[in-house]
Ligand binder design. Structure first.
Ligand SMILES: [Zn+2]
Length: 328
């Protein structure tokens, strides 16, 4: 046996180094695979926590709509539902009031109730640019009562009566920015009169919308006898609960009309609060059965809307009754 020559030793060294490099690369690849698996597991866990955590601890079931919120929204939504995190929030929240998302037909009785789709898109973009982030009333209530997180500038977008355009125009735009809507559904508004089909309501719930009651026939509740009042208030809640499996925690007064008798009927029916048509921001110190809203009329430019929201912050709390004329 001869000593390996200098050159063959160098060859062996080179081969050994190559082998070491190959093993090191293999180990690095293996580590990367493990990191990726851990990262994916954490994402799945975060998604499950975000999706399954009840949106309202007082509700018996988690909001069904929450289960279908897109994964990305559930992971990165700053208002993702969470457990108690601290002292109750005192943050006031503007609640916008919309009706039809469509250009007003010629000669229509209340043209101000029509916001054209392009105007709505521009308003949502302006709200987003101004730092607002859409939330639901249940999320606001949970923040006020239990300190669950709200985005820095929360805002609720509510839609009265239940028009097809709210499904066809408002829902896709809000879904694009991962914001929920608040649907104040009147039972007796059939698709033949511009109302929503049950499957449209279900699609809105699946997009994270909350469904609230707005009576069966949209009467002036302050004029009704006890039995009719109960049928319109408690009855509409039961119908929506049965038909859509929604908790229906909130009520919305038709044409904004209410008085202490109507308010008592809303409380008795199990609602946690109600929205009016009176101007202002909803605050924790308000009577939750008289939450004010910011009315959005057709023809409101994005800047005018931001101005209205800002100026209505100083409005006085709604009075114990309201029976003014007009509105829907
Ligand atoms: Zn209405």
């Amino acid at each position: 046996m001869t000593e390996p020559s200098h050159w063959s030793r160098l060859d062996e060294d080179a081969a050994r180094r190559r082998e070491e490099r190959r093993l090191a690369a293999m180990r690095a690849r293996e580590r990367r695979r493990i990191y990726i698996v851990i990262a994916l597991a954490m994402l799945v866990l975060a998604a499950l926590v975000g999706l399954l955590w009840p949106r309202d601890g007082n509700a018996a079931v988690p909001g069904r709509g929450a289960l279908a919120i897109p994964l990305v929204a559930a992971l990165f939504h700053p208002a993702a539902p969470a457990g108690p995190t601290g002292p109750p929030s005192h943050k006031p929240v503007p609640i916008l009031m919309y009706h039809v998302i469509h250009s007003p037909p010629a000669g229509v009785r209340y043209p101000a109730l029509y916001v054209p789709p392009a105007e709505f898109v521009a308003q949502v973009a302006a709200l987003k640019r101004a730092g607002y982030h859409g939330v639901t009333l249940d999320q606001v209530r949970s923040a006020w009562s239990k300190g669950t997180p709200l985005p820095p500038k929360p805002i609720v977008l509510s839609f009265d009566d239940g028009y097809r355009s709210q499904y066809a125009k408002a829902m896709p735009e809000l879904r694009r920015v991962a914001w929920p809507g608040e649907l104040n559904l009147q039972i007796d508004l059939p698709p033949s009169q511009g109302g929503l089909t049950p499957s449209a309501v279900r699609a809105m719930m699946a997009a994270g919308w909350e469904v609230d009651a707005h009576t069966i026939t949209h009467p002036d509740l302050t004029t009704l006898a006890a039995a009719a009042l109960q049928r319109e208030v408690a009855g509409s809640r039961r119908i929506i609960q049965r038909r859509f499996g929604a908790p229906v925690n909130w009520f919305c007064y038709p044409a904004g009309r209410y008085d202490p008798t109507v308010e008592a009927a809303v409380k008795r029916a199990g609602f946690v609060g109600a929205t009016t048509t009176l101007p202002g921001w909803a605050t924790r110190s308000d009577d939750p059965y008289r939450l004010p809203r910011v009315r959005v009329d057709g023809g409101t430019s994005p800047d005018a809307l931001l101005g209205e929201i800002a100026s209505e912050r100083a409005a006085a709390p709604p009075s114990p009754s309201f029976g003014g004329a007009g509105g829907a």
